[in-house]
Design a binder for this molecule. Sequence first.
Ligand SMILES: *Cc1c(COP(=O)(O)O)cnc(C)c1O
Length: 440
Amino acid sequence: MSGHPPAVHRLLAALGDAVFRLGRETVKGVIRDHLAQLRAAGGPFPEASEIIGQLKAKLAAMARPSYPPVINATGVLIHTNLGRSPRLPVEAPGYLALEFDLESGERGERLAPVREKLCRYFGTEDALVVTNNAAALLLLLAAHARGRQVIVSRGELIEIGGSFRLPEIMAEAGARLVEVGCTNRTHIADYRKALSPETAAILQVHRSNFAMTGFVATPDTASLAQLAHEAGVGFWVDQGSGCHVDLRPYGLKDEPTVQELLAAGADVVLFSGDKLLGGPQAGILVGRKQALAPLRQHPLRRALRPDKSALVALAATLDCYLSGDIQRVPLYRLLAQGEAQLKERAQRLARQLQAAGVPASAVPTQAVLGGGTTPGQGLASWAVALPEAPAVARALRLGEPPVVCRQEQGKLLLDLKAVFPEQDGTLAVAVRRAWAYEST
Ligand SMILES: *Cc1c(COP(=O)(O)O)cnc(C)c1O
């Protein structure tokens, strides 16, 4: 402790790395602000070496990328705050032939390549891509149902967070919502009674983020499709999750896939690109040409058009499925990690950490798919458990790379379900560092 702060030029000289990365003026500013804070706190100044340590920590945080890659040890595979599905390593530097036909040298159609792949993969006539699924629903409603009625079951009037509330999207699109049935039970007769010359469509919505059990009933998709078509109105399914493969081999319950909903008679099925499709943020509409053509002409479409990086990533994701190699999609590589493998990894990590003096143990856990895709269902997983210590969780988050874990039953859990096996070594180092840092 001393009465005077060290001179700014002395501190600058000790922070050469940061000066190189952030520039002299920025570092000077940080030093001045830090010294002002210390002065305002009153009391004697810490030693110069301690001040340099504090400044190094501040400057390191500033030098981080704005969206740093993290190790996801939360056990939530589709984690909304961590970017939903893990990214495919596709890079698109510089220019690309986005709307350009190389053959003719003329303007091309931006969506043509992904549209062709979507049609081929889902076996459908037509497909359209917008920024996200909320936008897909907005565009569908605006193009077909402005000033007209759309029938929805009271059991499907969902809010899924981030201010997506079905009745509000309807109102924004200018469609009139006609609610039918009760919260727990809706019958085909309820829909039939609600049909009128004003009806544009029947909309079925996936119960994302919640599950209903007990005295519940919903008509099956095929009966609803038949009713809609006999009445000459549209039948749309907001499936949301993008489930497109049988999830049972991964230890989950059977969920209707996009392909099954189309086969059951849906004119349009819409879903997110970054949930179970394992791709980038996007809203995907697949279905009949006649149903999608008005969306293509609609002025809102331009406002909702996807970015080139999203299209590149979406095309690459679809290529994996079309080639039959689902394991190339990072989400499915994680899902395919079975309980035995996860247990072995957790035990190996726990042993390594114990040898380094960290009180770690391997414990069985329940991971989840997340993103509202399979509400109420767990996935058997394993974690490395540490005694609960909020300071360690914080040190892990602020480490390099950042590690995000979860706290449960008085323990800190590093769930391995969403951690790629090749990250285990890095994870072990990060835990050792965070533990040592917090226990000194
Ligand atoms: C996730 C979801 C949405 C919203 O999708 P975004 O891509 O986040 O806009 C809409 N409807 C359902 C049923 C969903 O599950």
